[in-house]
Design a protein around this ligand. Structure first.
Ligand code: CMP
Length: 137
């Protein structure tokens, strides 16, 4: 999910290009203002942490771009492309290493495992919104 800072800074195209250039396949994408309820579910594992409420408020501050990318080892590859949560620990060449300086406004969220990806895809998308390249063979 491209976060509000990615949208506000006009980096949506650049971020999407990183995934396309790598060779991942776009399975779904939309542009929306997420509800507080959706964000509480999305970030449920962080509930109770000091940054939880500011994070939810921040992600609601503008539209975001949830996406589904498909490919071999897509979760691992996406995390490598994105870099570490703290941009100061993200090497050059990663999205956060090249374009972000703040831990909260770190441009993009990526699922941390296949299980999380499946849960998050279910939260953000209806099954019919997925293109289903595999279904086409
Ligand atoms: P994300 O990958 O979306 O997962 C949880 C988010 O919480 C993370 O990126 C950051 O935006 C935010 N986050 C994690 N740790 C902190 C922190 N220590 N301070 C502020 N925000 C944080």
């Amino acid at each position: 999910m491209i976060k509000p800072d990615g949208v506000q800074r006009g980096l949506v195209g650049k971020i999407i290009a990183r995934f396309e250039e790598k060779g991942l396949k776009l399975e779904a994408l939309k542009f929306l203002r997420p509800s507080e309820c959706l964000l509480h579910q999305h970030y449920a594992e962080h509930q109770g942490k000091s940054f939880f409420e500011p994070l939810v408020k921040y992600i609601q501050s503008g539209p975001v771009v949830p996406m589904v990318w498909q490919g071999p080892d897509a979760v691992k590859i996406a995390r490598t492309l994105i870099g570490s949560t703290n941009p100061s620990q993200s090497p050059p060449g990663t999205i956060r290493g090249d374009m972000a300086v703040q831990t909260q406004k770190n441009l993009i969220h990526g699922s941390d495992s296949v299980t999380s990806a499946e849960r998050e895809i279910d939260l953000w998308f209806d099954n019919k919104e997925l293109i289903g390249w595999d279904r086409d063979g």
